[in-house]
Write a protein that binds this ligand. Structure first.
Ligand code: SAH
Ligand code: DHB
Ligand code: MG
Length: 225
């Protein structure tokens, strides 16, 4: 991507952040904590986090599932969007990431609406299905891209008609269109896309995004029946 384009994307992001997200609601403190803890800076942007908040509020979602917590930055936006009796269940493989996330979520006063589960997400999802967990209203898939196909299968079992399934990072700088790409993450998002396409219970679309962090995009699907 040309550097000039990236610079414009960054400035436009900043323009809308300043216009639409008050400094007091930005959760910047968590990004600072994450940086100091040397977590990878692959959190959603603040505008994307707010987009999740708007979707969750707009659907009156109360039971949220997040796959891939990192330092809890996206989790903060999801947690803010639900009522006091709502819950964000968030799944994270790395104990260190989870520990930082816990700290950030507690600092924001959201501890009592978070259920953070440490371990491979596929195992936690299998356990949830086994114990007949109640359906989630909104699902945010954002962990290892190679496992998106597997996560989709579990998520369908944890959904009800009307559940929204949001899968982050499916464009990857445009690499998604390269069917011969060796990266298992690219293969994962391609396979995920094929599965969504073939699944009669889902109606879906994809949107490309540009942002301060670069060129990517997401798939959003609604469970029909
Ligand atoms: N949602 C976060 C970013 C998540 S980054 C935000 O926007 O703020 C992806 C996270 O998925 C990383 O923390 C990584 O450790 C975690 N992850 C990778 N493989 C995983 C797995 N198999 N199960 C659960 N989490 C996993
Ligand atoms: C990566 C993961 C993410 O969830 C993201 O938003 C951006 C990048 C990555 O693994 O590179
Ligand atoms: Mg992501």
């Amino acid at each position: 991507m040309p550097e000039e384009a990236k610079e414009v994307w960054k400035q436009v992001d900043q323009y809308f952040v300043d216009a639409l997200i008050a400094p007091s609601e930005r959760f910047d403190f968590a990004l600072e904590v994450n940086r100091k803890a040397e977590l990878p800076a692959i959190d959603v942007t603040s505008l994307q986090g707010k987009f999740l908040e708007v979707l969750v509020r707009g659907t009156s979602s109360k039971r949220i599932l997040e796959i891939g917590t990192l330092g809890g930055y996206s989790t903060l936006w999801l947690a803010r969007a639900i009522p006091d009796d709502g819950i964000v269940m968030t799944l994270e493989l790395e104990p260190h990431h989870a520990q930082i996330a816990k700290q950030n979520l507690e600092a924001a006063g959201f501890a009592d609406r978070i259920d953070l589960r440490i371990g491979p997400a596929a195992d936690t999802l299998a356990a949830l299905v086994k114990e007949h967990a109640a359906a989630f209203d909104f699902i945010f898939i954002d962990a290892d891209k190679a496992s998106y196909p597997e996560y989709l299968q579990w998520c369908l079992k944890l959904s009800r008609p009307g559940t929204l399934i949001f899968a982050d990072n499916v464009v990857r700088d445009g690499k998604v269109i390269d069917g011969g790409h060796r990266d298992p993450n690219i293969q994962g998002v391609r396979r995920f896309t094929e599965m969504v396409s073939a699944e009669p219970r889902l109606s879906a679309t994809a949107l490309q995004t540009v942002a301060g962090k670069g060129y990517d995009g997401f798939i959003i699907a609604v469970v029909l029946h």
